[in-house]
Design a protein around this ligand. Structure first.
Ligand code: NAP
Length: 265
């Protein structure tokens, strides 16, 4: 039996087990997806133990995404983003990857959003970093707007061609943008939105990384002006799809995984 899993804290309510196990069942794989919650100071021992036990792969979540960089061989993208969310034990070594980035671009592509033109990333934390690098790597001109403006400037300095801004510039930035990503936690379990409603328009594709609730106020307002909307469940789905495909070498049964996810969010 192959064992995969998630390491983080808390992991009790994670959607990753049903997402991955739906794929194992669909493909008739003898595999399980297990959650682990080690003490923060035991991360390195936990990962070494997982490798020794023959675990095939681990997703990594809060609070370990950054620290995991130091206990694996991160690929270039994970190193640039500064966070690992997928560990692969397949080669005998422990390699680290960031599938949030490809999760975002695959979510946009699934909705036929062209990855060209101007993107505005709101937020400069973990999700914002993944979004900014992912969209710049696709060739988009990226503007990063963040509540703490210094963080936006710092991130912009690391991302090819990006610019950093305060949230007060969002209306101007969105006027000629093609894509906007909410990579802040604003809207999570609340009816707030990080972007002024008047800045939304019908030529925008709006992706909200927040997936609880699935339909955030940002997506409601965006939908009401005729913008294309993509909820955070799609990014969550495709980061899992990318991890599954890396670990197993199989093409993921995306529809089945999506149905398992949608039944729970
Ligand atoms: P994080 O590293 O803690 O970053 C939080 C970001 O939100 C920062 O840019 C922060 O700005 C901003 N922020 C927080 N409160 C704010 C407020 N009241 N007004 C304006 N900005 C505010 O968190 P993260 O890991 O990037 O996660 C951000 C969101 O993305 C969460 O809702 C998370 O669940 C979601 N996410 C979704 C996926 C997915 O697959 N769908 C993947 C990853 C994350 P400051 O820098 O000023 O503090």
């Amino acid at each position: 039996m192959q064992v995969f899993g998630l390491i983080g804290s808390p992991v009790e309510h994670s959607l990753s087990p049903p997402l991955h196990e739906a794929a194992y069942e669909e493909l008739g794989m003898d595999a399980r997806y297990v959650t682990f919650e080690p003490e923060p100071e035991t991360l390195e021992t936990a990962i070494e133990g997982a490798r020794a036990l023959g675990i095939s792969g681990l997703n990594v979540t809060i609070p370990f995404k950054r620290d995991a960089l130091d206990v694996c061989e991160p690929d270039a993208l994970a190193r640039r983003i500064g966070a690992v969310n997928t560990l692969d034990f397949g080669s005998g070594n422990v390699t680290g990857h960031n599938t949030d980035a490809v999760g975002l671009t695959r979510a946009l592509a699934h909705h036929d959003v062209a990855l060209a033109g101007r993107a505005v990333v709101v937020g400069a934390g973990g999700a914002g970093r993944a979004a900014a690098f992912a969209l710049a790597d696709e060739g988009m001109a990226v503007a990063i707007a963040n509540r703490t403006v210094e963080r936006a400037h710092d991130l912009a300095g690391e991302v090819d061609g990006a610019t950093g801004h305060g949230l007060d510039e969002l209306e101007e930035l969105l006027a000629d943008a093609d894509v906007v990503v909410n990579a802040t936690s604003v809207g999570m379990e609340s009816d707030e939105m990080p972007v002024p409603p008047a800045a939304l328009h019908s030529n925008l594709a709006v992706l909200d990384a927040v997936y609880s609730p699935v339909e955030t106020r940002l997506l409601r307002e965006a939908s009401s002006v005729g913008a294309t909307t993509i909820d955070g469940g799609w990014m969550l789905l495709y980061q899992g799809v990318a991890a599954f495909e890396r670990w197993t070498g199989h093409t993921a049964p995306v529809d089945v995984m999506n149905a398992a996810l949608r039944a729970r969010i």
